[in-house]
Design a protein around this ligand. Structure first.
Ligand SMILES: [Fe+2]
Ligand SMILES: [Fe+2]
Length: 199
């Protein structure tokens, strides 16, 4: 497990305090997932010449809001006048797309790169910074993931972070359509963007 950073540079709390908060907010398995995403984000960052301290912290906190109540998310959507269409979706979208605000308030993290990485970690975005790509992929391929194709996703991501992002966005679209799930329009924007980039 990584303990090279205390993360005080980017948060009002140090790593041990953040870990205690995560333990209070999350089930054990979700908490363990956060630690794996932290390590995976550090690994991918180093591979891509990116600041591994920023990546580690973003990975550690990315699911901080995952088990907040629906009411709390709805309250945030209204209070911050976010896209009202968010109310037609659920926790899968909210814990990132709204959860970043909760992280900002409760962990005192104000670095926009970290907040954007949390915001976009489940649906991607049409304009992803490098840290957003790192967290998007770290969450997808952390060592306990075992969906069909995960080995391929790991191989692609290890040779190209951008190709990994494209792989995940496409596969997620296919999954959502095949399962008859709604697609939040911002996720569609991310997909359209990669189609444009490839043409
Ligand atoms: Fe998540
Ligand atoms: Fe996650």
């Amino acid at each position: 497990m990584n303990e090279r950073y205390d993360y005080k540079k980017y948060s009002d709390f140090d790593r041990n305090q953040i870990i205690n908060k995560l333990k209070n907010n999350l089930t054990d398995s979700r908490f363990e997932h956060c630690l794996r995403v932290e390590s995976e984000a550090i690994r991918i960052a180093i591979n891509n010449n990116y600041d591994s301290e920023l990546a580690g912290l973003a990975g550690l906190v990315h699911d901080y809001a995952k088990q907040m109540s629906d009411d709390k998310f709805k309250q945030y959507i209204r209070e911050y006048r976010l896209d009202e269409n968010l109310l037609n979706y659920g926790n899968e979208i909210w814990h990132g797309y709204v959860g970043y605000l909760i992280i900002q308030q409760e962990l005192g993290i104000n670095d926009s790169r970290i907040l954007n990485a949390v915001r976009y970690h489940t649906i991607g975005s049409s304009h992803m910074e490098k840290l957003s790509k790192i967290i998007f992929m770290a969450d997808y391929i952390e060592p306990n993931r075992n969906f069909p194709g995960v080995e391929n996703a790991r191989k692609i991501t290890n040779s190209s972070l951008d190709e990994g992002v494209i792989f995940q966005i496409k596969n997620t679209m296919i999954y959502l359509v095949e399962n008859g799930n709604k697609i939040y329009p911002r996720a569609l924007d991310a997909y359209n963007r990669i189609v444009d980039l490839n043409n």
